[in-house]
Design a protein around this ligand. Sequence first.
Ligand code: ANZ
Ligand code: ZN
Length: 841
Amino acid sequence: TLKYDPASIQAKWLPVWEELRPFATDDPADKRPRKYVLDMFPYPSGDLHMGHAEAYALGDVIARYWRQQGFNVLHPIGWDAFGLPAEGAAIKRGLDPRTWTYDNIEQQKASMRRYAASFDWDRTLVTASPDYYKWNQWLFLKLHERGLAYRKASLVNWCPFDQTVLANEQVIDGRCERCDNLVVKKDLTQWFFGITKYADRLVDDLNQLEGTWPSKVLTMQRNWIGRSSGADVSFAIEGRDEPVSIYTTRPDTLYGATFMVVAPDAPLAAELVAEGSEELTERFESYLAEVTAQSDIERLATDKEKTGVFLERYAVNPLTGERLPIWAADYVLADYGHGAIMAVPAHDQRDLDFARRFDLPVRVVVDVNQPVTGMIPVIPEGVELEDLPELDPLADGKALTGPGRLINSGPFNGLSKNNAITKITEALRASGLGAPAKNYRLRDWLISRQRYWGTPIPIIHCPSCGEVPVPEDQLPVELPPTEGLDLQPKGTSPLGAAEDWINVDCPTCGGPAKRDSDTMDTFVDSSWYFLRFLSVGDDTQAFDPKQAEKWAPVDQYIGGVTHAILHLLYARFMTKVLFDMGLVSFTEPFSALLNQGMVLMEGSAMSKSRGNIVRLSDQLDEHGVDAVRLTMAFAGPPEDDIDWADVSPAGSAKFLARAWRVAHDVTSAPDVVWKNGDVKLRRITHRFLADAPGLVESFKFNVVVARLMELVNATRKVIDSGAGPADPAVREAAEVTAVALNLFAPYTAEDMWEALGYEPTVALVQWRKADRTLLREESVTAVVQVDGKVRDRLDVPPNIDDTSLEAAARASAAVVKAIGDKEIATVVVRSPKLVNFVTKR
Ligand code: ANZ
Ligand code: ZN
């Protein structure tokens, strides 16, 4: 008998495909409609792992699917090759980061080819190569021209271990994303991209992605940008000429402000203390030292006891003239809003906790028990609201944050919260004491790194001309060789020591000048790479706008949820900048996004320390490429994690062998007349043809595989016990199986296709249309329940309407008996599948 041998099938077809180049997209005369399917490109930090295998298996289903639907599909791959892992490896092994990086790329490339991902191998890119990073530098200069790349001295997140600056995004719970060491603050002059100028568009344009991006990711993006709206309010300070502005989202609670809080590390705090006693200064200084040692996350933690120092100064409430004591406390951050707040303990939890801790007054100004819709309740003549007997609404220690009507608020009493926000903001504006305001959590993007392995920043610092952009015709500014450089992290860039490289003539005045020694964050590289794939090899421009018009934006982006915030945000930002430059006609880079889950082992992420790493190459050797790919698709919905301990690649291989044998058993010729085939099998085949496209498009790959298994079983049955291997329906089913398996198991599919008498490659065979006449089912089974319990099953026409189905169900003897003399309260009818009678109890 025939033996299914994955290794020999792989060895047989790989060279054939390499020869055929079925996934090339370089024919300008190609008239097919286009799709751009993109997998997030990998870091070359070793060989491919199980996570890559999952991502590329799933992405490939989509790319291969659209080809079968008649599209010219661009599905490229490249390497995100700059960054710390290469540098770390280089330091540890005494290698040039280039050697390590390119060796890994070669290894990954070989694995991807073996894995039969349908990439267009003529369009690869490597971000660490000068012909790529030249265009990073060009982009930088464009941003610089537009005022979107600038330098400023600022307190930055500093990882003492990696000796490098980290973006806020790279600090996880106060620790370095890469090495897990505690991050500290350091004052440095750094390069930033002005992403905050795009904050509104970055929020608003998320609406375009509703329905095609996971809603979780949309929420993460919104939260990250953190747009809020409210008002700036100006408070006079006793003994100070200048008033202080605060930002609040709740101007309606102004009458409830009972104290003010400033960030201890804001200049205002030091200034207010300066005039106080020595004792106060001392207390304040030691508190400040305590506070600056904490991360923002620790500072904002709601569950820790509140701390603070009374500054012995007073602010004046602009509407009531009331004196408010001013405190310094760590829960107010220096770099958000104005670094100072009005504290309204009745309606803000942190303020309430603080007031309770330091015994400060609390005043309720929004009655959350009064309905906000309908009429304003009438307060009896002669009774002041304050006089009404009242339970302490704050007795449980919970601030009243909900909607309600204003009380204790003078002329604003009775207004609903939202109305009061508008009215009080207006009143403040009219008297010049405030104005509507918006705030964002988003900060400008810190892009400079004091490391070697990245794109050099194309700026020259000249003692007489200042910051001079490297002229475009002198790009790329290539990284100097590593010889003689110490790559060890030390807080300044290793490039500073490359004497021949760093010292240049100023492009403007010709005088001695120095190159900027920092390199760019690798997120710059990945913020626009999807456009470079359209023009790889073009040394005249970053990308050809005409190609972008043809292919972009990306129709389907596939990658891990780990990139749900930063990478996507930066790519969205860069796309908008390019739009403003007139280089692209769209404002969002990725029209649809699929986040695949992780591959786990026995419930936990694979890691060296846990010793639970499953090696992809071992899996491929043991089960074959196709079985591993099929397992990835079959394991469950793509968004879910896959526990490799719970899946069965051996089972997948068994199924593939079964499908493969069916194709080899077929004895009829390709010109057989299908309509003479077994009708039952043909119905199953055509039902599959009709359903699979919708299932693939909604990413239910696992369901498609399950249906394919049913189809193969049904085919085997006809071969063994029906009309036998010559039945035309068997050939038809086998052909459909081969075409469908191309999505999940390309080697097996190709081999089946050959056994069925065709030339390669099955990857370009078009999906067949289902024959509608074979789809009409004669009957379906409707389940009839009484109070949720199944009482009968009825054979009914698939197109039965609700009324007829209910009537049929009521006529069932079993149902009549189950209902007995109980009264029916509701009837739920879901034709043609279900009727449920709910009785009164
Ligand atoms: C008074 C008030 C009353 C507030 C109330 C809230 C509830 P988002 O939505 O994040 O923008 N706030 C302002 N600046 C701050 C800073 N630098 N550090 C810490 N907290 C700050 O939050 C805005 C609210 O957070 C502001 O509105 C302010 O407290 C506080 F019932 O003002 B609110
Ligand atoms: Zn100069």
